[in-house]
Write a new protein. Sequence first.
Length: 289
Amino acid sequence: MNRKDFLQKSALGLGALAATAGITVASQAETAPQQEGFNHIPPSKPERMNNVIIHRADSRGKADHGWLKSFHTFSFAQYYNPERMQFGVLRVLNDDQVAPGMGFGTHPHDNMEIISIPLSGDLEHRDSMGNVSVIRENDIQVMSAGTGITHSEYNKNKDKSVSFLQIWVFPKTRNVKPRYDQISLDASKQQNRLEQVLSPNPNDQGVWIHQDAWFHLGRFEAGKGETYSLRKPGNGIYVFVLEGSLQVDDQLLNTRDGMGVTNTSTLQFTARENARVLVMEVPMERHAS
């Protein structure tokens, strides 16, 4: 997909980059320079080795809007790199920091599973379904956009920034009824182990989405580790190191490095120093009914 098609098809799904309601990314994208690597980040080729692809932290796209600093693992808004469009149905992995009192104005989404994982601070959410809530560290939020919703997200605090991961997954079923959920996690259950925080099953542990995907969070002391076993044959695994240093099979990953692995049934994790990690198992092919 070329940049022009990418921007046209993304305008609705990419929502808003707005400090106030009504300022959307669509208007910015239409007038953006035709360039790869937004904000002086040159287009970079990921490290590829057989069934492994590595995205180093410093190779991500970067956007600095003053009130918002964001790193994009995959192409997003004005950052476009044809080498980095998605990993299977994992479409967006944004590492966002929002200034005190600022945020994303009301903007639309449809047919996307949107997951937010706060890393620090307090993020206030409002949507067209009537939900008003605040999520913070050790929470996870999910929103199935389905037939269409609007929402806004703001830093609730006036004196400190909020940091969170914004993750988008293509659904396996289109035009579902929109839904929202959030839960609080017990961080002690992630100590030296992977805790499931998302699955396809409403009755399983964590939140759920309309996709055959499983997310796990773990905090490992140096020298500790675990083996992850694939939940569904054919899926891929994307590992994102939140902090620290982690050996994944024979690859060493550091803070904010990402690695996608396909054609495997297990992954071995060993912390080289204290580490926190997000493991996302997702289908590699997009089939939506």
